[in-house]
Ligand binder design. Structure first.
Ligand SMILES: [Zn+2]
Length: 90
């Protein structure tokens, strides 16, 4: 049997399509890494006013950081925790 040019073309085309679909599926299948951001809770030592801030390296629980916007007393870091960033809609 002899293969004509059309058969060769179709075979190549189908192969290319299959390859494209495969690569597409493979790219889609990759799980997205969940992104986290670290939050810290500052609490006023006097009036108990709380502020949620983004964590800065070197901060630790119990550290005095900043001043209360209400009563101007020093604020203490009460908690540090990570939250998952809500995935942005595409
Ligand atoms: Zn205060």
């Amino acid at each position: 049997m002899n293969m004509d040019i059309n058969t060769i073309l179709y075979t190549t085309l189908i192969g290319a399509i299959i390859m494209a679909i495969y690569l597409y599926m493979e790219a889609r299948r990759k799980p997205k890494k969940p992104e986290y951001k670290t939050i810290e809770i500052l609490e006023c030592t006097k009036c108990g006013y709380k502020i949620e801030k983004e964590y800065e390296p070197g901060d630790f629980i119990g550290m005095i950081k900043g001043k209360c916007p209400k009563c101007n007393s020093p604020m203490k870091i009460k908690a540090i925790y990570a939250v998952e960033k809500t995935p942005s809609k595409t």
